[in-house]
Design a protein around this ligand. Sequence first.
Ligand code: 13P
Ligand code: SF4
Length: 323
Amino acid sequence: MVDKVKELLKKHNITLAAHYYQKDEIFDIADLTGDSLELAKKTSKLKNPLIFCGVSFMGESAKILNPNIPVYMPRLASCSMARMAEKEKVEDNIKLLKENNIEFIPITYINSSAEIKAIVGKLEGLTCTSSNAKKIVSSALDQGKKVFFLPDKNLGQNVAKMLNVTSSIIGEKNWQEADIICFNGHCSVHQLFMPEHVEFYKEKYPEIKIVVHPECSPEVCEMADFVGSTSQILNYVKEHKNDLMAIGTEYNFVHRMKRDINPNIYILSSTKPECPSMNETTLKELHDLLIAIDKGKPYNEIKVDENIKENALKALNRMMELS
Ligand code: 13P
Ligand code: SF4
């Protein structure tokens, strides 16, 4: 199947992009790999068709940033955090901010639908990813306004700690006073990493380094030796090739670093924290999509609604300019 996939990619001059959380069977044959920011940058420069293996918001962002190429996804898998930021809930939150006379810049994590990015773009806001969140939020606060951060309350609160500013979740006690006001969303995978997992590993191996993604809870991030985005974690692991580590982020990614870089890595969990959405895409599905393209009957081509394209692009471009 791998040979057929490679043959059809070549025949149709298609680039295959895969996020670090994809299964090895996909990741190991991809032309472009990276975290969400790296992939947005790399795919925005392409001139040929693209197959994006990741979750829907990634394929959508690639299409918005590069509207002239066809973008396909073997599976339209949707990130559970992005789903939490429903349009009505976001609009209600924005209404509440306005009713409280709060001057704010909305910043949406790229893990959100194009519709949410458009709402944010229309309000002069922008997107961020986990690797540039600190920089983007800091530049917004420098304008003397508060930040409405969505959908991830954990990333919002962790960035607040990094910047030494206050944060709260909208609707909670005294939320109006915080510098960063967060939407009440989270990642279903990163919430699995608990303080007791950190305690367990620290007790068992006092020299162990705890490394986590900023989508983990503030309690877990506070206990960690290193907090970083997917690419920042990868760099950290490359720089600490011989250290014992327990890593709190998605399983496929951690397992691959253990396979390729440092065998002394544990997963910071008692379960197997695979992202169910990222794991939906399989080599068989990639193969089937390519066969359909070859027969002139492609499916799952990403289309973005004309009404939301323009403002979603504004939000993404503002981030790209600052990255
Ligand atoms: P990155 O921005 O680190 O690629 O993270 C994307 C993601 O979905 C993390 O759960
Ligand atoms: Fe979404 Fe969490 Fe999966 Fe990342 S790990 S794609 S935030 S559900």
